[in-house]
Write a protein that binds this ligand. Structure first.
Ligand code: PLP
Length: 457
């Protein structure tokens, strides 16, 4: 349907280049224009209401109308709307937020560096590691091991960490020195009869074999999301990370945890690292750090990493890295307020109550559905994977775009959904969602799923 002349939709088609969009299809179909938000809901330009089952992009942890965050931004804009942190300049929001993050870290951390996005934070962490290893006299130790289906962003180095074909094809990526090991998804990747424990052992052995094949003196770091998000909400076996961590320690390889989705109570603990048994050397976070009201991301580094960077910077005279907006006072003030709200409103306690409710409801409603192969998740993050053949755990042919079609049907039924890899629908609603809202959301998802089943018959 062609949108009316000069409407927002028509002007969008005329002028906007969207992230993650099939541009030719967009010229035909146009956008869904979202105008406002309230609680767990957003409203389009026609006034239609939707429950946001992914909080935007795993983002709006406190919903879409938190007045305290608005006030925190306004107050900071009045007091100091911009300052930078280059050449040892500082300001209170940067210092307060750094202190709060260090106090809350899942493992001993020494310093915090700020960026604007998850991608920039991951890129910064890569550069920190390379810089550190050059500074301490091991210039060979630069290779990085990440995972197939891992998602770490789209800047050149972060996209090289990412293990998804759409982020590499036609972009001439990944860059040299980035390696990918198997996805820890028992449902698809275990051998017949292999227990979760044996699967975890085998994947840890794969990491060890990779390190030995490349030469331990050349491998700098291992990168992982506690639960893979964009790859399809994939939970590893319980002992997977502890087993890998033991391998990394043996060869002096750093563990970098990407908490961009899992951080700040998403998995039922403050950090996904706590849920999955990870002791990171570097931690990257973003999104729920500021409830996504303003862009800000952070890299927390251990004392060892900091010492390496400090060594290099003193030999050169500066650490030649940093963004104009690193630690920008306004997003930093919003992030401080966000972390205070998490504490004061006991968001952790809330997620521990409603998370199991959502997990059980998803399984009760959808595990037996003819189109659903696996329901997985913990806390307030879940994946519902669509399959063509349940017994064989076989997905639909990607050309049928079954997940995208379900998302479209969801819009009709008043729920915004996102299809990840393998037609896995990701669920990551605002952390403030209630049990009644979970029921309402899943009623709408169920209606969309049933309609899809009829279409596919
Ligand atoms: N890391 C993870 C785990 C993510 O899910 C994302 C984005 O979804 C990123 C990094 C990249 O963040 P950004 O889109 O802010 O660059």
């Amino acid at each position: 349907m062609t949108p009316p002349r000069n409407s927002t939709a028509a002007r969008d088609i005329a002028y906007a280049l969207h992230p993650y969009t099939d541009h030719k299809a967009h010229l035909q179909n146009g956008p869904l224009v979202i105008n406002r938000g309230k609680g767990v809901r957003v409203y389009d330009d026609q006034g239609k209401e939707y429950i946001e089952s992914v909080a935007g992009l795993w983002c709006a942890s406190l919903g879409f109308d938190n007045e305290r965050l608005v006030q925190a931004a306004a107050a900071q804009m009045r007091k100091l709307p911009f300052y930078h942190a280059f050449t040892a300049k500082s300001h209170e929001p940067l210092v307060d937020l750094s202190e709060m993050l260090i106090e809350r870290a899942p493992a001993p951390m020494s310093k915090v560096f700020f960026a604007n996005s998850g991608s920039e934070a991951n890129d910064s962490a890569i550069k920190m590691i390379w810089y550190m290893n050059n500074a301490i006299g091991r210039p060979e130790k630069k290779k990085i091991i990440a995972r197939l289906k891992g998602y770490h962003g789209i800047t050149l180095a972060a996209a090289s960490l990412t293990g998804l074909p759409a982020n590499h094809k036609l972009f001439d990526l990944p860059l040299p020195g980035f390696h990918h090991v198997s996805t820890p998804h028992h449902y698809h990747n275990a051998r017949p009869g292999e227990s979760e424990e044996d699967f975890a052992t085998r994947l840890a052995e794969e990491v060890e074999a990779k390190i030995l094949a490349e030469g331990p003196e050349t491998v700098a770091a291992f990168w992982a999301e506690p639960i893979m998000g964009a790859g399809g909400v994939i939970l590893p076996p319980a002992t997977y990370f502890p087993k890998i961590q033991a391998v990394l320690r043996k060869y002096d390889v750093l563990f970098v945890v990407d908490e961009v989705i899992c951080g700040f109570w998403r998995t039922g603990n403050y950090w996904g690292s706590q849920t999955l048994g990870i002791q990171p050397d570097i931690l990257v976070c973003a999104k729920a750090l500021s409830a996504s009201y303003l862009p800000i991301s952070a890299v927390l580094v251990s004392e060892t990493v900091f010492q390496g960077i400090a060594e290099g910077s003193s030999s050169i005279g500066t650490w030649g890295h940093g963004f104009t907006y690193s630690g920008h006072p306004v997003p930093a003030a919003v992030a401080i307020e966000t972390l205070k709200i998490y504490d004061e409103a006991d968001i952790g306690g809330h997620v521990r109550r409603v998370g199991p409710y959502m997990q059980q409801a998803l399984r009760e409603r959808f595990a037996g559905h003819p189109l659903v192969g696996e329901v997985r998740g913990t806390g307030l993050i879940a994946g519902v994977e669509l399959v063509e053949d349940k017994a064989a755990a076989r997905n639909f042919d990607p050309s049928r775009k079954v997940g995208a079609r379900l998302s479209k049907l969801g819009e009709k039924h008043g729920v915004i959904m996102r299809a990840m890899t393998n037609d896995s629908m990701g669920f990551s609603p605002p952390l403030i969602i209630t049990e009644a809202e979970i029921d309402e959301m899943l009623d709408r998802v169920g209606r969309a799923l049933d309609e899809l089943a009829v279409e596919l018959r």
